[in-house]
Write a protein that binds this ligand. Structure first.
Ligand code: HEM
Ligand SMILES: *[C@@H]1O[C@H](CO)[C@@H](O)[C@H](O)[C@H]1NC(C)=O
Length: 511
């Protein structure tokens, strides 16, 4: 019996070194070598500049193992990416486009060639989400979901957001008393977690009391993936999806928690109709002409979870950088506070309308998003062969396109003295002087951030609640301007993932 264990491998070995298999192996090796070197020639053969391709990352250094912002700035500033250049992300050809007219063409005029985001995100849990849907299915779902983010719908979420923002302010006051300083990245993180839990899941998460609730713990698992999820992510990049899908899907497990939360709320509300007009209710209320709900249960679960992942870190990062910039620029902060006082007086309190009536605060937020855009780049996948305008360069279907946001927002030719924090760059007359694509923190065209208004609204409510009572100041360990960034983070993130500040009562600050 055991003899078989020895003889079988020997037989295989003997067979392998016989002439016919040897020829087959040699042909396969030659083919692999040929296709890899042809792949390495992908951009050169099309006359597109770019860094010299190297195995295994595709470039000298690059994603997924180098600092995202540094890599993109390197392509933008040193390899022609300010116009366009090409590189390989592992084996995947990527066109990197910094030219503003070309960005506009790709995202708007020639949208039909570039209608989608990249495919897989390391788990099948996301496959029904808006960001991964494609073509007609994306278009229909987007149309059904868009009204959810209209001004009147946001107005209905004002009180909920304001309550959360008031808890934030109280929390900062308490932290200051107990610790002598506040950790604003953590505090703003708790606020956005509570607010998205309330608006997208109908859940009272109360992170200010317990930052490690089941909800918050599971949410963190989506973005701080364990190595096992990284494995599948890498597999998806290297291997055809039909093979990669057999790698362990950790996201499905985390997703099950949120599916349970959403399904319980839906069941509860179907029995006890609620007057709450949060995102979950609005998604439940999408009805076709026969009065039937358009979005399936699993689609609602997917969209709510996407809101959590797309909306939590991005908005808390915006608030963190805004707090940091205001603390380091006291005159600008005073001007914001003065505007808040006047608007609240005009509108008789912190109303939705008062928030909309603060143009200087709006410019401060725009300037924050210019200098520290949470999403460092925008991406599209080419779905239909495309000829770059005014060239004969052809981009085949399947090519990934990167459009820099961070690198472009700090280009001195677009923004003189780019590291200077100056909200007046966003005065209407200044904005008019720039290309419409020179400022794209929320992306561009029909596939831009569907929740831009909601993100700006909740950030403003939070800042107004805090700044009407408190003044932010640098603490001894606050990093100097410009904020050093975390090289390993996917979003623009402060180094050490901490930003300590002082939050002093306004009267005291004035002395
Ligand atoms: C400051 C905060 C935010 C920033 C900077 C931001 C940025 C972005 C960017 C750059 C994109 C891709 C756009 C493109 O490729 O053209 C995007 C897409 C998206 N964002 Fe946001 N986002 C923010 C907040 C939010 C929030 C709060 C939500 C949900 C409540 C959200 C939901 C989405 C969704 C669903 C998409 C995909 C849209 C589609 O593919 O049709 N985002 N966001
Ligand atoms: C604010 O905090 C209180 C007390 O911790 C809590 O009961 C309440 O639910 C919080 N408000 C919101 C909107 O989360």
């Amino acid at each position: 019996m055991l003899g078989w264990l020895v003889t079988a491998p020997l037989a295989v070995l003997r067979w392998l070194i016989s002439p016919i298999p040897l020829t087959v192996i040699a042909v396969l090796a030659a083919w692999a070598y040929y296709s890899i070197s042809k792949r390495l020639d992908f951009w050169k053969s099309r006359g597109v500049p770019g860094p010299k391709p190297r195995l295994p990352w595709g470039t000298e250094y690059g994603s997924p193992f180098s600092a995202v912002t540094e890599f993109e700035s390197w392509l933008y500033n040193e390899h022609g990416g300010k116009k366009f250049c090409g590189f390989l992300e592992l084996q995947q050809p990527v066109l990197f486009v910094g030219d503003l007219d070309l960005i506009r063409a790709i995202t708007i005029k020639d949208f039909e060639h570039f209608p989608n985001q990249r495919d897989h995100l390391g788990t099948d849990f996301w496959k029904e989400t808006l960001i991964l849907l494609k073509g007609a299915e994306w278009k229909e779902t987007r149309a059904v979901m868009s009204p959810t983010f209209s001004a009147s719908k946001l107005k209905a979420m004002h009180q909920l957001t304001l309550d959360n923002a008031q808890n934030l302010t109280k929390y900062l006051q308490k932290q200051m008393k107990e610790e002598g300083q506040v950790e604003i990245k953590d505090a703003f993180g708790r606020f956005t977690m509570d607010n998205i839990a309330a608006c997208a899941f109908g859940v009272d998460c109360n992170s200010f009391v317990d930052p490690n609730s089941q909800f918050a713990k599971n949410a963190a698992k989506f973005t701080n993936f364990p190595p096992i999820m990284m494995l599948r992510f890498v597999a998806e990049t290297f291997l055809p999806y039909s093979i990669a899908r057999w790698f362990p899907d950790y996201g499905l497990k985390v997703g099950a928690f949120f599916a349970d939360v959403v399904m319980k709320t839906i069941a509860h509300r179907e029995k006890n109709p609620s007057s709450t007009r949060d995102f979950l209710q609005l998604l439940m209320d999408t009805k076709d002409k026969d009065g039937k709900r358009i979005l399936s249960d699993s689609s609602i679960v997917a969209q709510s979870s996407l809101f959590l992942v797309a909306g939590y870190d991005t908005t808390s990062m915006l608030l963190t950088f805004a707090g940091f910039c205001l603390a380091l620029n006291q005159e600008i902060q005073e001007r914001v506070q003065q505007e808040i006082d006047e608007a609240l007086e005009r509108h008789g309190g912190l109303t939705y309308e008062a928030i909309q009536d603060m143009p200087y605060l709006d410019r401060v937020i725009s300037e924050t998003l210019r200098l520290y855009p949470p999403a460092t780049r925008m991406e599209r996948v080419c779905a239909k062969e495309y000829t770059l305008p005014d060239t004969d360069i052809q981009i085949p279907a399947g090519t990934l396109v990167y459009m820099p946001v961070f690198a472009m927002h700090r280009d001195p030719e677009l923004y003189p003295d780019p590291l200077q924090f100056d909200p007046d760059r966003f005065l209407p007359e200044e904005k008019e002087k720039r290309h419409p694509c020179a400022y794209i923190p929320f992306g561009n065209g029909p596939r831009n951030c569907i929740a831009m208004r909601f993100a700006l609204f909740e950030a403003k409510v939070a800042l107004v609640s805090v700044l009407r009572e408190l003044t932010l100041k640098p603490a001894p360990e606050t990093p100097p301007h410009p904020m050093p960034l975390d090289p390993d983070a996917f979003l623009t993130t402060p180094k050490d993932r901490k930003v300590p500040l002082l939050a002093v009562p306004r009267q005291a600050a004035a002395q």
